[in-house]
Design a protein around this ligand. Sequence first.
Ligand SMILES: *Cc1c(COP(=O)(O)O)cnc(C)c1O
Length: 386
Amino acid sequence: MHSPLPDLSGATLTVDLGAIRDNWRTLRGRLGRTACAAVLKADAYGLGADRVAPVLAAAGCRHFFVAHLEEGIALRPHVPEAAEISVLHGLMPGCEDIALAHNLTPVLNSLEQVEAWAALARRRETRLPAALQLDTGMSRMGLAPAELDRIAAEPHRLDGIDLRLVMSHLACAEQPDNSANGMQRLRFDVARRRLPAAPASLANSSAIFLGPTFHYDLARPGAALYGLAPTIGAPNPLHQVVRLQARVVQTRIIAAGDAVGYGLHFRADGPRRIATLAVGYADGFPRSLGHRGAAAYLGDVALPVVGAVSMDSITLDASALPEGALRPGTLVDLIGPHRSVDGLAAEAGTIGYEILSRFGRRFRRDHVDAAPAASSPVLVLEGVPS
Ligand SMILES: *Cc1c(COP(=O)(O)O)cnc(C)c1O
């Protein structure tokens, strides 16, 4: 046995795997007979795909989505061999053999990708699994209407392709009243009838809450698994998954007229206790949160951010606390019981997706799992400070 290393990290991101599992079950419960996949792109929105995937696989999830081929290759060892991993970006030219070798299912987004995959199937004299994505209005990924026309007119283009899924993606699903949702669904239905029969998928997290007509055969939630609110203006039915605690580097007392931070834009109107935390914009804490009054918390006490956000630090007005309450190394909540990811994002003028997925590589990540029956979280493995 050797003595434990001191914690060298400036902040700890605690990821509650049990909450992610509960959220997946909540979504699956909403879906009735529709299967529930899990989207693990961008390292499970920054929370650790290698840790999230086995938990969801054990809960019964059999279908995972990533964005890049490399993400699929990295994920493969962490899910059962029989689980399907679909790659949303499909195939870059020349990557077909690599996708096949790693048992990854491309989401084919263009005629060119369809042709390349079908050609590999011919060479291998086999049928190869694929999803086909249709552009129903986002103009981002998937077959354009003219490409669908070509495939509908020349169905042999799909020869050799085992069509596992026909899918599309909604642009406005978090706004239940937006007429674009129904419009995209209609286009999806019309397009599907022109293709060979295959299971269908349209719903991301938010669309699960648009009702059963959006569910089809498979839903593809990401954000909701990680605790983000699926519907704008509605209560969030999901558990919060992350807690972010940053360390105090040092504290000081400043006098009336003293300034804080780059640009000297904050000036104290009286004596203030200032605490510097070891998190900055290089860690994904948005620079736009400078001068906004956004608060960190020690227990229930709000400590407003004052001054600009630096690359490696932020400064708090800790005057509400008694002397000595904050010491070097003390952990202060940036996301926690008083502040959700969505709340922080709103103050920064962005969305929770961006906050989560940009959390810094410098954070220590602790994955905990509050087993369903247990009353308090059990630490299953400590993150390794890197
Ligand atoms: C990211 C993504 C999802 C997951 O979306 P959430 O809003 O995070 O649930 C589903 N489908 C596609 C095509 C995506 O790009």
